[in-house]
Design a binder for this molecule. Structure first.
Ligand SMILES: [Fe+2]
Ligand SMILES: [Fe+2]
Length: 257
């Protein structure tokens, strides 16, 4: 399936977004597990199969939504525990994988955010627009800065121009992340109104994130044509573009999904 920037943002579509996200993490991780780690690879594959099955149901909008959300939450929790265990072993130098610890932590945080969103769906709770804008910014801007750092990790060092561009973009997103954290304590709860400073920040993040999505898709095309030297999995940039799209859409709509 090609890049989807117009995925349906109904309840099934949101569940499918998060399932696909975690499923692809498992597929990417699969490429990076050493053949010395057969048991780790086997467990990861069974997680991927389980997530893929539930994702298919969500895509086809099959079955009861509450059951689907519960099953998704369960499968993603198991995957999160598996990654946590792997990260714990990596920190003790007891496992041979080429995945950086920061990337494992990144995937664990997205698994946790998946379940935050599912809990929100189940409770039916309303989130104030300002709370959503701050939550989305604090969570996703760190992910966006990470994405660029991971792109750089995978890009061959001989891509000097591209390396320089990615490094500059990483710094830009790190600064936006710091600003989001600052605003998160400057603007105290209850956040019943949208302050002009927060709205200006939101517009800036939307614009920068749209540019980032575009950049990721341009690089995606190069990688798929084998025209950029990289060890990135072929679908990685598309995955990262989808997350950028998710961020700016949520900011525009003032929601957490
Ligand atoms: Fe992801
Ligand atoms: Fe991510």
């Amino acid at each position: 399936m090609g890049y989807m920037d117009n995925y349906e943002r109904d309840a099934y579509g949101i569940v499918a977004f998060w399932l696909r996200n975690n499923l692809e993490h498992g597929q990417f991780f699969d490429r990076e597990i050493s053949h010395h780690e057969l048991e780790l690879a086997r467990v990861n594959q069974s997680m991927v199969q389980n997530l893929a099955g539930i994702w298919q149901q969500a895509e086809q909008k099959q079955g009861d939504l509450t059951t689907l959300v519960n099953e998704s939450e369960q499968a993603i929790s198991e995957f999160r525990h598996f990654l946590l265990h792997g990260m714990d072993k990596a920190l003790r130098c007891q496992v041979i994988v080429s995945t950086p610890v920061a990337l494992m932590d990144h995937m664990i945080r997205e698994a946790e955010e998946s379940n935050n969103v599912f809990d929100l769906m189940k409770s039916g709770g309303q989130v104030l627009v300002s709370d959503s804008v701050l939550h989305e910014s604090v969570f996703w801007l760190r992910q966006m800065a990470d994405h660029l750092a991971f792109v750089q990790h995978y890009l061959d060092p001989s891509n000097y121009e591209l390396q320089d561009k990615v490094r500059k973009m990483t710094h830009k997103f790190e600064r936006l992340f710091l600003q989001a954290n600052a605003l998160n304590t400057i603007i105290r709860k209850p956040r019943t109104e949208m302050l002009p400073v927060l709205n200006a920040f939101r517009q800036m993040v939307i614009s920068e994130t749209k540019d980032l999505e575009k950049f990721k898709l341009e690089l995606d095309a190069l990688i798929k044509q084998c025209a950029a030297i990289t060890t990135a999995p072929p679908d990685l940039l598309e995955h990262l573009a989808r997350e950028a799209h998710h961020l700016w859409r949520n900011l525009e709509e003032g929601i957490t999904t």
